[in-house]
Design a protein around this ligand. Sequence first.
Ligand SMILES: NC(=O)c1ccc[n+]([C@@H]2O[C@H](COP(=O)([O-])OP(=O)(O)OC[C@H]3O[C@@H](n4cnc5c(N)ncnc54)[C@H](O)[C@@H]3O)[C@@H](O)[C@H]2O)c1
Ligand SMILES: [Zn+2]
Length: 380
Amino acid sequence: MTPPSASLPPHRKVRVDLGTRAYDVLIGRGLLDNVEKWAKQAGIKGPVAIITDNTVAGLYAQRVEYQLKVAGLQPFIEPVAAGEPSKSMTNVSSLLSKLAEKKMPRSGTVIGLGGGVIGDLAGYVAASYLRGVNFVQIPTTLLAMVDSSVGGKTGVNLPEGKNLVGAFYQPKLVVADFDTLKSLIPDNAIISDGGLRQFPAGMAEVIKYGAIRDKALFDRVATGVNPGDSDLDVIIETCVAIKARIVENDEFETKGERALLNFGHTIGHAIEKVTGYNTYLHGEAISLGMRAAAWLSVWHAGLPESDARKMETALAENHLPLALKPEIDRTSILAALGNDKKVAADGRNRWILLKSLGEATSGSELPPDLVEKAVNLLFT
Ligand SMILES: NC(=O)c1ccc[n+]([C@@H]2O[C@H](COP(=O)([O-])OP(=O)(O)OC[C@H]3O[C@@H](n4cnc5c(N)ncnc54)[C@H](O)[C@@H]3O)[C@@H](O)[C@H]2O)c1
Ligand SMILES: [Zn+2]
C-alpha cells in the first residue's frame, strides 16, 4: 500500500505524470472529512466554486463548503440539475457568468463534485474561464472515479451530438472518497427493472481496463464486485493507474494508445445514440459493446472463444446487460455505427479488439457483415 500521508487518513495515491500538468489522484475513505488538509496541500486559496448537481449537493456539497470556509477560503456552491442534459452550453454559459459575477480571479479554483456529468461540465468551465483556472475533481460515482475524473477530457454535448464541444484540461488534484459510493441510489427516472444500476455501470469500465491491460484485474473482477468489498480501493487504484499510464503516453489521443480505452465503445455509443441516451446508462451500453467486441475479437483477432465466454460471465456477475431489449431497432444501430465519432477520416471504423484477455490492439477495420453478425448476437 502507498504510505499514508502524515495528515490525511490512510489512502492510496496515483501520480499522473504529465510534466508541468502532473497531478495526484487520492483514493480512500474519509477524504471528504479532510477537505481543508488536501486543499492546503494542493495550494488552493481564495474563491472556490463548487460545481455539483442537485442530488450530490444535498449529500456532500455543504460538507465540502463548510470545511473550505473553516480553512479560510471563499467557497460557494453552484448546483445544476442531475443528469446528462446538464452537460450543455446553456449551463456552461450561466456558470461562466456566475464566476464573473463573483469576480473569481485566475488564481481561483473550480471543484467538480459529482459524477462524470459534473466532472466534464465543471472541467470545461474551469478550462474556459479566464482561459483556465485551477480545477479539482471530486468524483462521487464509480465511473467518475475510475474513468472520467482522470485524463483531462472535459466538455459538453450539443443538440447535434454528445461530447462535441470540449477541451483537454487536466485537474490539479483528484480526490476519490469511495465512502461516497454508499449513497448511490437507483436512478428511478430511467430504471425499468429495479436494482442499483450506477455501481454496475462503473464496473463496466473496470472490466474494460482488465480486458485491455490487466488479466489479473480482469480475473479478480470477473467474479463480481460489490460497493462494500474490502479491496475496492485496490481495484480503483489499479484502474486509475492503467488510465494514468495510457494518458501519460498519449495525452491528446494522437498516438493510438489512448484509443484503446474505447474498447466496447464503438457499438456502445451506437446503442446509446439509437436509444436516445435514456434507456441504458453509459456503462450498460458499454457492457453490450464489450460483449460484441469480444466476439469480434474471436472472429477477427484470434481471441480464444473461451475468453469471450469469460467476458460474458464477468459482465453477468457484475449485473450488467448482455442482450439488447428486443424492441430496439437493429438497423438503426448499424446505421449509427456509420456515424460513430471515432470513424477515421476515410469513413471507416477502427475497432479496438482483444488478442487475449489483458491485451488489446487498435486500428482493425472489419467487414460490414462481421459487424452485423456481432450486432445480431446482442439480440440473443
Ligand atoms: N471525461 C471523460 O474522460 C469521460 C469518461 C467517461 C465518461 N464520461 C462522461 O461521464 C458521464 C457519466 O458519468 P456518471 O455515470 O458518473 O453519471 P452522472 O454524473 O450523471 O451521475 C449519475 C447519477 O448519480 C448521481 N450521483 C452521483 N454521485 C452520487 C452519490 N455519491 N450518491 C448518490 N447519487 C450520486 C447523480 O446525481 C446522477 O443522477 C457522461 O456524460 C460521460 O460522457 C467522461
Ligand atoms: Zn466509457
